[in-house]
Design a protein. Structure first.
Length: 301
């Protein structure tokens, strides 16, 4: 590891599950803009690898087929290209197991879906259209890709097989390399494909395997650490308590103001919002009585 990489400033807050965003920030230190592809984006903020880069002005393609998760991207990350299909070897359709209690175990792998159900993970099968990385890159003119991240619970090899590695070559590829639930090594399923496409293995962070395009090896390989970064080297979003109760949370002041603001507009909320709050069929008069102490009826601000 070079002195520059060793002393590179860390982000103030990590959003990712395993500090992937922290390491990526070191690899691309000083780069003010860039493009990513995030396959298996998950929640738009929590445990998200690309969110830190979005906040820094980057943009990219996010593949997230779960409707309950994809809605948030449209509001929070409008610069991103949101794909609500699956990515795979070829275009078509596949069944997606949507885990209802833990979305991180949703998968298009039949074997992993069955394992999740045996482990008591509730879910449902939903038929979804499938596209390929090659098609996405061509359609959205992704000529320069800084990093590709793939985390799809056992479906990683199929996603990578659908890329045109001659035309579209991410500088860095990050692939989850541990089987869900069993935690067995899964690299043998996809690593031969990447090595055959002139990608160099760079790092294992105990969850993901990292690869660098051969043409970028001289620049990027020296920037990788020798061991996973210490967990306490940066703050993590998940370490804070609820924003409204934890004074240390970066959004504490905003969160404290929300309850009164929400109560003030209860009578004006559309039915779909009332439904989402569990207030379907609520008496409008009751909502107005609640709001009256917050909406200016009694000179409240």
């Amino acid at each position: 590891m070079t002195d520059a990489a060793r002393t590179a400033p860390l982000p103030l807050l990590s959003y990712a599950q395993n500090m992937e965003d922290v390491l990526l920030a070191r690899l691309f230190e000083g780069q003010e803009s860039g493009f990513y592809i995030d396959v298996g984006g998950g929640h738009a903020v929590a445990d998200n690898v690309s969110f830190l880069f979005y906040l820094s002005g980057w943009r990219g393609i996010v593949v997230e087929p779960q409707a309950k998760l994809s809605r948030l991207y449209r509001r929070v990350r409008p610069r991103d290209i949101l794909i609500t299909e699956l990515a795979g070897r070829e275009a078509g359709t596949l069944d997606l197991f949507e885990a209802t209690t833990f979305h991180g175990l949703s998968t298009a792998s039949r074997a992993h879906a069955e394992a999740a159900e045996k482990a008591g993970i509730a879910g449902r099968m939903v038929r979804k259209p499938v596209t390929t990385l090659a098609k996405l890159c061509a359609e959205h003119q992704a000529a320069a890709i800084d990093f590709l991240k793939v985390d799809v619970e056992g479906h990683e090899a199929d996603v990578l097989a659908g890329q045109d590695w001659t035309r579209f070559r991410p500088r860095v590829v990050v692939v989850e390399a541990i089987e869900p639930l069993s935690m067995a090594d899964a690299a043998h399923r996809f690593e031969p494909l990447l090595l055959a496409q002139n990608y160099r293995f760079a790092f294992f962070d105990n969850l993901n395997r990292w690869y660098v395009a051969g043409e970028e090896a001289a620049t990027l390989l020296p920037r990788f650490p020798q061991a996973p970064l210490p967990w306490d080297s940066v703050r993590h979003l998940g370490e804070y308590g609820s924003a409204e109760t934890d004074p240390a949370h970066p959004d504490h002041e905003l969160a404290k103001a929300l309850p009164a603001k929400l109560l003030a507009i209860l009578p004006d909320l559309p039915p779909e919002w009332l439904n989402r709050l569990g207030l379907e069929g609520a008496d409008p008069a009751a909502l107005a009585r609640i709001a009256s102490l917050h909406d200016g009826g009694y000179l409240a601000e």
